[in-house]
Design a protein around this ligand. Sequence first.
Ligand code: ATP
Ligand code: MG
Length: 400
Amino acid sequence: MTTELQDPDILLVRYGELALKGGNRALFENALVRNLQGALKHVGGGEVIRRWGRIQVKPAGRWREAMRACARTFGIKSVSPAWNTGRDLESMIAMGRRLLENKLQEYPPGSRPSFRVTVKRADKTYPMTSGELALAIADGMLDEDSTVLIQMKNADIDFNIDLRPEGTFAFLEREPGPGGLPVKTLGQGLCLLSGGIDSPVAAWCAMKRGLKVSFVSFHSPPYIGEGSRMKIRDLIRVLAEWQGPSTLHEVQFADIQLAIREGAPESLRTILYRRSMQRIASHLARRSKTGALITGENLGQVASQTLENLACIGAAANIQVLRPLITHDKEDVIVLAKHIGTFDVSIRDEPDCCTVFQPRKPALRAQAPECEAIEAELGLVTLEEAQVRASAKEHIHPGS
Ligand code: ATP
Ligand code: MG
């Protein structure tokens, strides 16, 4: 007969050591605790305790949701649901049996998964060494009828005992976290978000390197419909599951596109749209202490993405432009988009404003001075300033 396993007492959260070098340690750890508290708020709350290079989370709501939220917090290496157990051998063996019995339900009858016991002894006052204790636990847990096979390397089931001064914890699972650096420890970025596959992935990559990312989306009614607006919000809802509540600036772009269509050579349209986006985004960034723009641009993927065109587009920004995907293959970006959860939204068939009045033969080697002359003649800066003033700002919550 199997007994229902009770909920874990805590979630053991591990984080990367590399970033902990030197004076950044406190900054990194404080941010991680803050970000975890923020992530838990959306799944019923909980307590976050920092202890000796580890973080322990006591979820107040459903633990599986809390675990998922932790495993989506940048800076975290892995999370384990863990149970308190006594420091005596009998308690550890009894806990091991319960966890193993529960785990074996996932295996088909007759299968013989491999098994090992791992002991970590942060508490060096314990009278046995880690190796001795692991052996004694395995010995006590298994008998001739056991369906598991002892195997030291790459065992299917690894029963862990973590002996720490504040308690003894038992666990089997280790869910990988995303790694990287805690969001906001490196400052803020503003991502130009289209409804495509690339820019949401670029935003995620920037978050992973410690940036808090806001978004700007250019929208062109009546040429582009409500479906595109919804798509942008759905993408941000997914990304907010990784970095927390996020800000979206929506800028009306139809006036600017019309001015470009009327007064500029057709082949330069896409480049001029993009340059205008860079100027408007730079404006918005300066208003909110943002250190970089982020785009999903990728070398050679579409006609506007030659080296010369990228330089010509980037020259219109007056803060630095990060292009996290610049050398990625499309297939790799798709794998990432699926992992992040944005792929299914991105492939919804909705037009982007850049497809409006698209040139039949786009220029492959646009030059900034030529673009600047046309922009001056069209008075684009005045139109752009008006759209910055009229832009709307909203806050989007994870999965809401
Ligand atoms: P994506 O898959 O992100 O659309 P892409 O490879 O299709 O990228 P383009 O469509 O040429 O390339 O867009 C290049 C970049 O310009 C986008 O990654 C995005 O950062 C920005 N961009 C394009 N359209 C918009 C828009 N309507 N609003 C905001 N940013 C945009
Ligand atoms: Mg696109």
